[in-house]
Design a protein around this ligand. Structure first.
Ligand code: 5GP
Ligand code: MN
Length: 374
């Protein structure tokens, strides 16, 4: 087994080097033919390897949400049934409302347990990267992920994947959620019988969260078929909704009241709403990771609003969330102005400037985008 793994590692290193050369060549020449060459092997190629126990690490983006944690733990609960040694590593802490997910207690927070996380990563034969597609989204964990020599496997639904960083994978922006993709991965692997209720609960949580409870345009018939199948397998969906949405403390509701009353500006000429949250509010209301989740959606309920922007003054950066309707592309907007990205209708970004400077810049750039906001 170890010879196979070391041969595989050598082979992978060569392939990775080749991919970097091809990637560089493409960047230098913008060559049409090369741009259509897949840089990752299809995810189906790993199915024959699934039943040979190895060490597996699973990771996701910073501050994992229900889709990031649900896909990681859905996959974890599937893979442990093959006797793989599986470790889930989060780059940072996460919201307490995902702690109910089966396996959540075993997830390692890289910022709290760096050595333990790095040991698991160094021992890994495979690394799954879920619900993000470039290492920068893993923040301080990014250089470690980039340096690892193991097989790297991507399963993700965001725009613009860094394909040259992955050996195998599937990147599909038409998918509602990474959890939907985990279900399809399991189905295609031929091990549908291993969708236990633990797996089902994790997958369902991510699908619900990333589809805004089945309302966004990304919800296909496939999504509803998946849920029907999970129900057939014994999924109780109400406790999952309650765990995700009825699981906050009083302070969060009072904080939202304050934000909607005092921190929201509407620019009717641009069909845009802006919420800017200063650090003092986060301190006053004792706001923790995950407490601001969903806040960006409130102004979307105002008639005619096409773009909502929420910016939070976090210690390390000003963190943006964008949501849109119609033909306004949040991903392109976040990428162009705020070092971010994501999806067409939901994206995020960042800024190193102060909160007032960041807000000033936003007000300038929505003027530049006036025609798309009509
Ligand atoms: P949220 O506003 O819920 O934090 O993020 C919306 C979507 O954009 C999510 O799919 C999230 O993964 C993605 N996203 C958030 N922040 C960033 C960022 O800084 N860069 C990129 N590429 N994607 C982001
Ligand atoms: Mn997602």
């Amino acid at each position: 087994m170890s010879t196979i793994i070391s041969l595989r590692t050598k082979w992978t290193t060569n392939i990775t080097a080749l991919k970097i050369i091809i990637g560089l060549w493409f960047h230098l020449t913008n060559h049409k033919l090369l741009s259509s060459l897949p840089l990752m092997r299809t995810i189906n190629d790993i199915f024959p390897l699934l039943d040979k126990p190895v060490n597996i690490a699973i990771t996701t983006h910073q501050k994992p949400d229900a889709d990031a944690m649900g896909s990681s733990l859905g996959l974890y609960n599937f893979l442990i049934q093959f006797d793989h040694d599986v470790t889930v590593i989060s780059p940072t802490n996460w919201a307490i409302w995902v702690n109910w997910m089966p396996g959540a207690k075993k997830v390692i927070d890289y910022e709290l347990q760096k050595q333990k996380a790095e040991a698991a990563l160094d021992n890994a034969n495979w690394l799954f990267c879920l619900d993000f597609n470039n290492f920068d989204r893993a923040k301080k964990l990014a250089p470690k992920l980039a340096a690892l020599k193991c097989l790297k496997i991507l399963i993700d639904h965001h725009e613009a994947p860094d394909e040259q960083n992955f050996d195998y994978g599937v990147s599909d922006t038409t998918r509602s959620s990474t959890c939907e993709m985990i279900y399809d991965f399991i189905l295609a692997s031929g091990y549908k019988d291993k969708i236990t209720t633990d797996v089902a609960e994790c997958i369902y949580a991510g699908v619900v969260a990333d589809t805004g409870s089945f309302r966004f345009p990304s919800v296909s018939a496939n999504v509803h078929r998946i849920v029907a199948d999970l129900k057939d397998k014994g999924l109780l969906h109400t406790p999952v909704h309650e765990a995700l949405y009825d699981n906050f403390l009083e302070n969060r509701l009072r904080f939202i009241g304050n934000v909607l009353l005092n921190r929201m500006e509407i620019f009717y000429e641009y069909n845009t709403a802006l919420i800017a949250i200063p650090k003092s509010d986060l301190i006053k209301y004792n706001i923790k990771t995950g407490d601001t989740e969903g806040l960006v959606n409130y102004p979307m309920s105002i008639q005619g609003i096409k773009l909502v922007a929420l910016v939070i003054d976090r210690d390390e950066e000003r963190k943006w969330s964008f949501r849109s309707k119609g033909d306004f592309d949040c991903n392109a907007f976040a990428r162009k102005y705020f070092e971010g990205g994501g999806h067409f209708y939901a994206a995020g970004g960042r800024s190193s400037d102060s909160l007032p400077e960041t807000v000033k810049r936003f007000k300038q750039v929505i003027k530049e985008n006036e025609s798309q906001l009509q």
